[in-house]
Design a protein around this ligand. Sequence first.
Ligand code: ADP
Ligand code: MG
Length: 671
Amino acid sequence: MTAPRGMLGLVDVYRSYRLGSVTTQVLHGVDLEVGAGDVVSIMGPSGSGKTTLMNIVGLLDRPTSGNCVLDGRDVSGLGDDALSALRNRRIGFVFQSFHLLPRLTALENVCLPLVYRGAGRAETMDRARAVLERVGMDDRLHHRPDQLSGGQKQRVAIARALVGEPALLLADEPTGALDADTAREAMDLLLELNAERGVTILIITHDPAIANQCARRLRIRDGRLVEALAHDPGAADAVVPRHPSPPGDIHKGAAARPRGPTPGAGTLSRALAVLGANAREATDSLRKARLRTVLGLVGIMIGISSVIAMVSLGEIAKAQARKQFEALGTDILLVRRSFDAEPPGQRPATIALSDAIHLAPAVASIVEAAPRISGHGRFRYAGRNVGSGSIQGVTASFADVNRLSVQAGRFISDLDVDRYWCVVGADVADAMRRAGADRFVGEIVEIDEVLCTIVGVLNDRTESYALPVQVDANESVFVPITTSGRVVPDPEIDVIVARSRPGVHYETAVADVRSFFRDRAPALKLEIVAAKDLIARLEAQMRNYTLLLGAVGSIALMVGGIGIMNIMLVSVAERRREIAIRRALGARRRDIQSQFLIESVILTTAGGVLGVVLGLAATWAICRFTGWEYFVSGVSVASGLGTATAVGLFFGYQPARQASRLDPIAGLQGE
Ligand code: ADP
Ligand code: MG
């Protein structure tokens, strides 16, 4: 058994469909051989398998058994991409219902096969215009299908089938949707094109008048092809002999067929051309499905803006805390009793007041040391409650080390030993003023029933320190550290804020402090934290905070992403026909996949850009409100946009894949 050598051949082709347990045999051993340049008609009643046959010849479907030959080559073993490429270069389709893409203009529709071939844009346009002119549609280039009559649509469809200069034109009832006059015109056009260009034409038709115009006429009967002998459709049919070789027929057209320079491209430039076209298509389709696009954008926008706002706020808060800390001084050491190794049931050694007071003069690397004993208390003035806050037992250096200043009177001095004198914070002073005080210095406040005379009032401190030593000076009352033992129950030095000498490395200072206490109080376990450690600890804490906030934003994004996925799935379902048509015109699976993927990425990236703007605006507003210094965090913008793209790819992948896997035949049939 020799394979047919013509333009097109089918050898013993069977095709059956299986629906559940029932198998419908549609084609029963079809044999066909068509020479280049032939015009062949196939007639048969509805349901006889004409479209099934056409799909196999058009490489959209594979036979259950038997072989299909194109250009003298068996295509049975070819993969999906190779079949797509063959469809694109060698086959043109004309469908009964035209199957023009409704959103594209006539010109854009005709361009499609060349787009999937990877031809340059200018060349594609030129060729498409020329073919449209040839079919008499050059005055309707920018009309969309719904602005064209049936006959005009079919002319555009014929132009699209021919623009890539295929060797084979497959027409499935091309005149079925046209009135008699228009049908004749369309048929005349096909015959003219055959005469002009030598293109092989296979026409499926119901109409004997159309069939009679074809040089060779076949009928489908019982799932086989038979030759119709006479022009009279009722005439007796003869079975097509297996592998006939009508003399001259096969080779006639092969030489005559003009092989114009086929526009094409290498893999990379094809990929780029298809990508460009896909991006255009995607923006177009998003523009046209406006409501859906807006809904998708909103979801992503909210997600991204919350990520941006949260990450930015984290960064800004971190910078703020750092700035405040640096204002206080990076030469700060915090010395406190370690609570780690506290033996159970045993009273641990504590920092002795005399040691704390001697620290600065005794240790050369320490210039100042401010010990503190703190507690909580209620404050009363003139018999009225003026608030509650911390009672801080301090020395004169405490004001210095913590940058506290007085608006009236003076701070605690080292000469105030055991005096019932105090300095009040700005809020406490305000409360006193409301309680009727017109002066402060010399007045008496009651601190948990202990009477103290005010010697000074502090200036208002607006910054709140993000430090482990919480000095909320505004709400505090300061007393001499020697007095605090009578005001604060269970007094103990909770911290010594020390400042190291300029130029001394902080590790040296830490070592000196340790050795000072080792000599004086061997049992005491110390924890000494330097400014640098604090900043690092603070940043680590903030980083966790930022991560947490980012996670909350991610949940919003996840919801947005699922929204996008939904939108894309609906879009794929709605565009099954479009996808099938593109596949028939030569789009490969990954072309379809990239088209839908680009669509979802464009959608999420646009949502991301809007989200960045919204997020930065929200951050700005919050900064205005909290008094933090606003800046645009590059990290947040980059992560926002990156995340948006990633969301588009992630949630667009499945719908895009689904689109690329759709069966073109089902898409072309399904109404
Ligand atoms: P025609 O184009 O000649 O009208 P078709 O080739 O479309 O006929 O269909 C031939 C037969 O195959 C019909 O009986 C139809 O029901 C059956 N058929 C076509 N496609 C499918 C399919 N995807 N699944 C099951 N049966 C199918
Ligand atoms: Mg059909």
